[in-house]
Write a protein that binds this ligand. Structure first.
Ligand code: PXP
Length: 252
């Protein structure tokens, strides 16, 4: 079976980070989302953190109201965020771990240990017609636990692989890649839809696009950073082209 076109979810959090550095409204993450969609994004991702350090409540409401592609709402599994998700009714929710002191989402959820906390959240969101994904590391025990939780989607955390590659830790990068490759196969074997994200750039997106089980990549920081040099629309187009080159290898 020929693998589907790989979807690109553009994460606009860091457009909001730049805006918030000065306060005010510029640059507007909703404008960035619309531009990214015109340039080839298949959906928009935004993470409403407990401390509202980048995306704010009204960004989420405006994204939902103003964009014409699926909104993937990233959130921690807290009562407050569940309430906002139920009010907003995004196409999808991606549940992520959140620590106030971290600079970014450092690791995946611990779907094994947090089963009791995650189970009712997955149930409630699914019941409301929202597609739920769990952001996890690709370790087999995490994939098994995610499948047991009944979420239809897992997003595999690519951050450690990307960091190891960037920092030239080759053996570690190889091991991390093998974990992701095998994890994607295992998750698809359980019937889960497989997404991936964190720390991806053109090269790593092209590499992971060759995994036929992966159907969506969520990418933010690199795209926003690269936009400083190339502009957001060009950067999204270059990313789509990199993903398509990788996807061709999956079809070969
Ligand atoms: N996927 C998830 C679940 C994330 O938490 C993040 C970071 O917000 C991303 C993807 C995107 O990561 P990056 O900004 O490094 O591309």
């Amino acid at each position: 079976m020929s693998p589907h076109r790989l979807r690109l979810g553009v994460n606009v959090d860091h457009v909001a980070t730049i805006r918030n550095a000065r306060g005010g409204r510029h640059p507007d993450p909703v404008r960035a989302a619309k531009l990214a969609i015109v340039a080839g994004a298949d959906g928009i991702t935004a993470h409403l953190r407990e401390d509202r350090r980048h995306i704010r409540d009204d960004d989420i409401a405006r994204l939902k109201a103003e964009i014409d592609k699926p909104l993937n709402f990233e959130m921690a599994a807290t009562d407050e965020m569940v309430r906002i998700a139920l009010e907003t009714k995004p196409h999808a929710v991606c549940l992520v771990p959140e620590k106030r002191t971290e600079r970014t989402t450092e690791g995946g959820l611990d779907a094994v240990r947090q089963h009791a906390q995650l189970a009712p959240v997955v149930h409630t969101l699914k019941h409301a017609g929202i597609r739920v994904s769990l952001f996890i590391g690709a370790q087999p025990k995490q994939i098994e636990a995610a499948a047991e939780l009944g979420a239809p989607v897992v997003e595999l955390h690519t951050g450690s692989w990307c960091d190891a590659l960037t920092e030239g830790r080759e053996a570690e990068a190889k091991a991390e890649w093998e974990l992701i490759r095998a994890g994607a196969e295992m998750a698809a074997g359980f019937g889960l839809e497989v997404h991936a994200g964190h720390g991806l750039d053109y090269a790593t997106a092209e590499t992971i696009a060759a995994l036929p089980q992966v159907v969506e990549l969520n990418i933010g920081h690199f795209l926003v950073g690269e936009s400083v040099f190339e502009g957001l629309a060009e950067t999204v187009k270059f990313m789509r082209a990199a993903m398509e080159r990788g996807r061709k290898k999956a079809r070969a």
